[in-house]
Every structure is written in structure tokens, then in C-alpha cells.
Design a protein around this ligand. Structure first.
Ligand code: PFF
Length: 448
């Protein structure tokens, strides 16, 4: 058997894992959730939950992955030998693979919209404007074309493998994402109206603290760290035994929540700058416009009103969104592809082609039944399945896998782990606190 690929360096892993975590959820989801949930009060709760709940769950995935050196199905089957039944591990693993694939099927549609707005800005820069309506209006042809382009990009990266694909492209794109984000923030903060937005974003209104806010923050933290579906597990499986897992997990959590916070410094002030330019930014019920209308209406109107510089700002913004989406989507596709290459004799390029095409077909079915399926798939995957899988993965590490085996798996790369603060707290967290917190979130979302 050919030797298994690994990330060539610590930085390679951090870029790839942060690339998976940092996506549309950070740049779009986090700022808008913050704005509609009491500003800084939400930020504070989010940060507490990101470190106290999402980080321990991320560690569970990384530890299982690095120990098992395999995809989620084989990994869970392996560790369920300790105190469970292998078939249960296989079942949970397959559930994770299905959910990761379905997340990709809707995420790629949204990412396609980013690419179409990006293309519009390029056409505008070179002075071609007669296709603007096609680029920006909802139509099957537009959705289909950009979905296809986005899936092709995702498949290209994954077909190249771990170092030449995932690691190389994450390492190239993530610094660019950061530069674009900072440049856009500097520009937007110099515009009239921005300080109003900063106030909404940064001044906490603790009156808005509610169970709903806490649960929203938890769901956001979970989606943002790509948890539950085996993406972090498979990235962890490409890590060398030399690496200190608790430290790397902390860096990824910190980078993810840091970028989410920084993205808020762009999006919320930009909304208020748009208001300054005459755009309506509140819905009829008085809350800030947060859904697709924000990205595809409020902000484009703002860019248009900025005069000649606007097309470049639009270009930078949609490039930022496209990059964020791509480094996340590759991690989703890696989940089913790694399972196929490891469990069958199929080579990576062929597995990528077949699985990528199958997911593409699912996306087309969603597009053809948009009203009925789009929201349904999002709810099934992110609202229901990610929390359920999160609980199950914590149960695997906390209850099924033998504690001594867990310790041994973490010890590699961190010799003194037994005496660390991490080992005093974390096992209890994955056993009790994480599953219970996630369960509370889940029950609440079922009720809501
Ligand atoms: N973390 C990504 C985001 O914030 O946009 C979304 C995501 C990526 C979810 C990978 C799930 C996943 F497996």
C-alpha cells in the first residue's frame, strides 16, 4: 500500500484547518448574527462558547483522526472496539460522510453566487455591463454555470491530494483572504456612517442576553469550526505524531474566532455606510437585514454608490467571499473522497470525479426544487445533524474509547500532557459538558 500523505508542516495544517473553519459562516454568518443579537453581548458569549465548548469538541475530532490515521468511518469503527460495537462506529461515520456531502451541495450553490458577483465586478472593471442583469439575477442558467465552476475548482484542488492540493492552495489563499479583509476594513472605516455601525457592533447590550442568544452563539461556533462531520478528523489524520494537538487546536480556534470578529468590523460598518448612501438596512420588523439580501442587495448597492472605486471594492469583497468558500468546500469534499480512496482501490482523481459529480447532481436537484429543498437541506445538515454528530463524537471519545488509549493518543507530541491543565479539564468536558450543552442547543432548535 502506498504510504499515507501528511501535511508537510505545522503551518500547512494550520492554514488548511483554519481554511476549513473560516468560511461564509465567519464573514457573513457571524457579523449578522451579532448585529441581530445585541452586538457585543453576542460576541462575548460566542467567544466563551468557542473556547469552552467548540474547542473541546474540535480536540475530540483531531485526536481521533491523528490516532486512527484514517477517514471518519474507519476511524470510528476502529475505536468502537474498546467499549462499543464496530457497526455503530461505521453507521455514525457514514452519517457524517452523508452530512458533509450535503453541506457541500448547498454551500457550493451559495459559493457560486459569490463567483457570479465576482465575475460581474470583473466585467464592470473592463467596461462590459450588458450582462450585469444575468450575473446578479436569480436564474437557473446563472446558478448552474457558477455552481459548475465552483465545483470544478473544489474538485481540482481535492484531486491533487493533501500536500499538492489542500495544503498548497490553503497556504496560498489564506494570506490573500487576510490581506483583502484588512484592506476592505480600512477602506470602509474611513467612510461616513461607519462609526454608527462600530457602535452597534462593539457596545454590548446585555439586556438582549437570552437563551436564544446563547443557543445561536453555540450553533454558530459549531458550524464555524466545521465540527461533527469528519472534516477536522480527516485533517487531523494527516498530522504528524510530533505535533502538539491541544496547541494546534487552540491556534485554529483562535484564528477562526479572531477572523469572525474582524469580519464584523467590515460588515456591520458597511451596512451603516450603505444607509448613509440611502439604502434601507432594516427590515419591516426593525431588525437589520441579514440574509441573502444583505450580501446581494445592500452591499452591491453600496459598492455602486461608491463611484469608480466601487467596482474594485466589489471585486475585492466577492474575491474574499469566494476564497473563504473554496478553502471550506475542499474540506467537505475530502470527507467522502478520503473514505473512498482508503476503503476501495480507486485512485484519488477518479474518486474525486465520481463523488464531486454526484454532489453536483444533488446541487442541481436542489436548484430545480429550490423553494422546497434549499432550506430543508440546510436545516437537516446544520441545525439537526451537526449537533447530533457532535454529541456522538464526544460520546466516542468520552465513553466508548478507553481513557488510557485517548491519553496515549494525545501524549504523542505532548509528553507532559498528564500534568497539563488541558488533561485536568478536557476529559470531563467531552464526557459531560459538551454533550449536554449540544443537547440543550439541539432541543431548543427543535422547539424553535
Ligand atoms: N466552517 C465553514 C464556515 O464557517 O463557513 C463551514 C463548514 C465547513 C461547515 C466544513 C462544515 C464543514 F464540514
Amino acid at each position: 500500500m502506498a504510504s499515507r500523505e501528511q501535511f508537510s508542516s505545522k503551518t500547512g495544517f494550520i492554514m488548511a484547518a483554519a481554511g476549513s473553519a473560516i468560511g461564509l459562516g465567519n464573514i457573513w454568518g457571524f457579523p449578522t448574527q451579532t448585529a441581530s443579537n445585541g452586538g457585543a453581548a453576542f460576541v462575548v458569549v460566542y467567544f466563551i462558547l468557542a473556547y469552552c465548548m467548540a474547542y473541546p469538541a474540535l480536540m475530540a475530532e483531531l485526536v481521533i483522526g491523528r490516532h486512527s490515521k484514517s477517514n471518519i468511518v474507519t476511524a470510528l469503527k476502529g475505536i468502537s472496539g474498546d467499549r462499543g460495537a464496530p457497526w455503530f462506529g461505521v453507521l455514525v461515520g457514514i452519517y457524517g460522510v452523508v452530512v458533509a456531502s450535503l453541506i457541500l451541495s448547498f454551500y457550493a450553490i451559495v459559493a457560486g453566487w459569490m463567483l457570479s458577483y465576482l465575475s460581474e465586478s470583473v466585467f464592470n472593471i473592463v467596461g462590459i455591463t450588458q450582462y450585469n442583469a444575468w450575473f446578479t439575477e436569480f436564474s437557473f442558467s446563472r446558478n448552474f454555470v457558477f455552481l459548475a465552476v465552483f465545483m470544478a475548482l473544489t474538485m481540482f484542488v481535492i484531486s491533487r491530494g493533501v500536500t499538492a492540493g489542500i495544503e498548497r492552495w490553503s497556504t496560498r489563499l489564506m494570506p490573500l483572504l487576510f490581506i483583502l479583509l484588512v484592506a476592505l476594513i480600512i477602506y470602509v472605516l474611513t467612510q461616513k456612517g461607519a462609526s454608527e455601525g462600530l457602535k452597534v457592533y462593539l457596545l454590548p447590550d446585555f439586556n438582549q442576553l437570552s437563551p436564544k442568544l446563547i443557543l445561536d452563539a453555540m450553533g454558530q461556533a459549531f458550524f464555524s469550526l466545521s465540527l461533527g462531520v469528519g472534516t477536522m478528523l480527516i485533517y487531523g489524520s494527516y498530522l504528524s505524531e510530533k505535533e502538539n494537538l491541544p496547541k494546534l487546536g487552540a491556534i485554529v480556534t483562535f484564528t477562526d474566532s479572531g477572523i469572525a470578529f474582524v469580519a464584523g468590523l467590515l460588515i456591520i460598518p458597511a451596512i451603516f455606510v450603505a444607509q448613509e448612501h440611502g439604502t434601507t438596512i432594516f427590515t419591516e420588523t426593525g431588525s437589520l437585514i441579514a440574509g441573502p439580501d444583505l450580501i446581494f442587495q445592500v452591499l452591491p448597492t453600496l459598492f455602486e454608490s461608491m463611484g469608480s472605486v466601487g467596482v474594485f471594492v466589489a471585486f475585492a469583497f466577492f474575491l474574499l467571499m469566494s476564497i473563504a468558500a473554496l478553502t471550506s468546500s475542499i474540506s467537505m469534499l475530502e470527507v467522502p473522497v478520503s473514505l473512498t480512496t482508503e476503503e476501495t482501490s480507486m485512485k484519488r482523481p477518479m474518486a474525486t470525479l465520481i463523488i464531486g459529480s454526484a454532489i453536483f447532481v444533488i446541487s442541481i436537484i436542489i436548484l430545480l426544487n429550490f423553494g422546497a429543498l434549499f432550506g430543508l437541506v440546510i436545516d437537516f445538515t446544520t441545525v439537526y445533524s451537526q449537533p447530533v454528530l457532535g454529541i456522538l463524537l464526544c460520546v466516542f471519545v468520552g465513553w466508548i474509547w478507553h481513557r488510557n488509549h485517548v491519553l496515549k493518543a494525545i501524549k504523542s507530541g505532548m509528553n507532559d500532557v498528564e500534568n497539563s491543565f488541558f488533561w485536568k479539564i478536557w476529559p470531563m468536558y467531552v464526557r459531560f459538558i459538551c454533550p449536554l450543552l449540544i443537547l440543550a442547543n439541539f432541543v431548543q432548535s427543535l422547539r424553535g
